[in-house]
Design a binder for this molecule. Structure first.
Ligand SMILES: NC(=O)c1ccc[n+]([C@@H]2O[C@H](COP(=O)([O-])OP(=O)(O)OC[C@H]3O[C@@H](n4cnc5c(N)ncnc54)[C@H](O)[C@@H]3O)[C@@H](O)[C@H]2O)c1
Length: 494
């Protein structure tokens, strides 16, 4: 078993362990705490405050109290706070990366990638802050003037998942700051340390008290449900599973709360007969193995034209076999542990069910013995369309491959899912690319690339993958209301 090193211990000693409410760190109302573990060893990293419903209410009190003043803050002031936060985060990239590796398990190189990606939302929305504008026009009959303005939505509740502990928070926090909204953040209980460390950084960047409040808790529903019913809350933004998202949308109906939902995915990855197979394998490795397969954008249904399937599969197996499984802090680590035993058990269950349904196990397929929740990189071939893995999100390093004959078959298979987050396609045919862009039921499409996430682009899904977009020009709109002011003809009395 790897014992936490001195460098790791000194980093952990700098992480705040309280709740962040109204600009101050405090214990839970009942003094309760919970432990955060290293998924690669099972060791306890830290014990931190466990928010109660009373703490949740206090956090919303603080957000509601700060809202009016924050909305009136000059855009330039909000922009500069975001810019300072971007610079601080970039300077402290190594600390944030190590912390994420410790609490979530991803290899340090991937954690650094997430810091860069997460930081870009701060820079992008600092640039967007001063660009919010409205319009002024004369009504068609000439009898009035129409003034359209944008106002901050108001206090928001953010609920984030464990797989990208930093970026899923900055993707919500940055546009909310830019728009002038206050917020309560409830990070995932498996990975709350990054959010606490980031809240401390925002405080240092000059964020006024009450604008961001953080209530980590092991009682998610008990803490957040009363906030969702509270008329002072104006917006709920959630990233997580479709199952929980569906329930939250129902809860949000009582207050007709605005919702943004970034939910599950089950991305198809299409390789056509005219694809550059080497590049397709590179892209598949990124789309499948980024974050150890624990990503909503993960390529979970690899659909390959029958004429290139053998070549593609042989190369993918070779690359997957070479992927070193080790604690994320080890330099050779290409894949860390899964986040917990429940996730590992679910991955294994889907692999076993695929083989029972007729798939062939070409590589892996077993949990790694010893401490931590490691799972072997796995490739399944000839996966039948009815296998569970083709319809349920496998949150792990498992690449299921199946073949197709015609383009229309490929599109039908790709769309045969309740999810619609992202698809990837490898082809050199421009007209086919345009057909795919029109026919695939997704919010995002990667052409000859295994990665689409980009802070300057609108991220989000259709069907049961969610509602709303994060990033891009669209991202800030989620935090703005449109207000129209009708003005009588200024010449009427002239
Ligand atoms: N579309 C996207 O942008 C995106 C990005 C990352 C992850 N995801 C999805 O997230 C899922 C993995 O994350 P997860 O396992 O943390 O998801 P999850 O739905 O179990 O949990 C997400 C968050 O919701 C909280 N939560 C759970 N039950 C709740 C309840 N009843 N009331 C309020 N909050 C509750 C959790 O504590 C956590 O903070 C996957 O389905 C993945 O596809 C989507």
């Amino acid at each position: 078993m790897i014992i936490t090193t001195t460098i790791e211990k000194s980093l952990l000693a700098r992480i705040p362990t309280g709740l962040f409410i109204g600009g101050a760190w405090r214990p839970a109302a009942d003094g309760g705490t919970f432990e955060v573990h290293d998924p690669s060893t099972g060791e306890v990293l830290l014990a931190i405050a466990d928010a109660t419903p009373a703490d949740g209410a206090a956090a919303l009190d603080a957000a509601a109290a700060a809202q009016r003043g924050w909305a009136k803050t000059a855009p330039r002031v909000r922009a500069e706070i975001l810019r300072r936060a971007f610079e601080l985060l970039t300077t402290r990239a190594d600390d944030f990366a190590l912390l994420m590796t410790l609490e979530m398990g991803k290899p340090i190189a991937e954690a650094r990638g997430e810091v860069a990606y997460g930081a870009e939302f701060l820079r992008w929305f600092s640039e967007e802050t001063a660009r919010v504008s409205g319009r002024f026009s004369t009504s068609p009959d000439g009898n009035s003037r129409l003034l359209v303005t944008k106002r901050p939505v108001g206090p928001c509740l953010f609920i984030t998942p464990w797989n990208f502990p930093l970026a899923m928070a900055t993707r919500k926090i940055a546009p909310a700051i830019a728009a002038g909204c206050t917020m309560v953040l409830k990070p995932a209980a498996l990975t709350p340390l990054t959010a606490l460390f980031f809240a401390q950084l925002l405080q240092e960047a000059g964020l006024p008290e009450g604008v961001l409040n953080v209530v980590q808790t092991t009682r998610a529903g008990a803490v957040t449900a009363p906030l969702i019913k509270d008329p002072r809350l104006r917006k709920l933004s959630f990233t997580g599973s479709t199952e929980v998202g569906r329930r939250l949308i129902a809860d949000a109906a009582d207050q007709v709360l605005r919702v943004s939902m970034e939910l599950g995915g089950n991305a198809p990855f299409l390789v056509f007969d005219d694809a550059d197979v080497d590049k397709a394998v590179d892209g598949a490795m990124i789309a499948k193995m980024r974050n150890g397969g624990e990503a909503c954008t993960a390529a979970n249904r690899i659909l390959v034209h029958e004429s290139v399937a053998d070549e593609f599969t042989a190369r993918l197996v070779e690359r997957m076999r070479a992927h070193t499984v080790a604690r994320g802090t080890e330099p050779e680590s290409k894949i860390g542990p899964l986040v917990d035993e429940a996730t590992r058990a679910k991955v294994h269950e889907l692999v076993t069910a695929s083989v029972e349904a007729g798939a062939t196990l070409a590589l892996g397929g077993r949990a790694v013995d010893g401490a931590g929740y490691f799972y072997e990189p796995t490739v399944l071939t000839n996966v039948p369309a009815h296998a569970r893995i083709m319809h349920e999100e496998v949150f792990g390093p498992v690449a299921p491959i199946t073949t197709f004959t015609t383009e229309s078959d490929a599109i039908r298979l790709a769309n045969d899912t309740e999810f619609g987050l992202v698809a990837y396609a490898y082809t050199r045919d421009l007209n086919r690319t345009l057909r795919l862009a029109e026919e695939l039921e997704v919010g995002m499409l990667g052409i000859n690339t295994g990665i689409v996430s980009n802070p300057a682009a609108p991220f989000g899904g259709v069907k049961q993958s969610g509602l709303g977009r994060e990033g891009g020009l669209e991202g800030i709109e989620e935090y703005l209301e449109t207000r129209y002011v009708g003005i009588a003809d200024p010449f009427a009395d002239a």
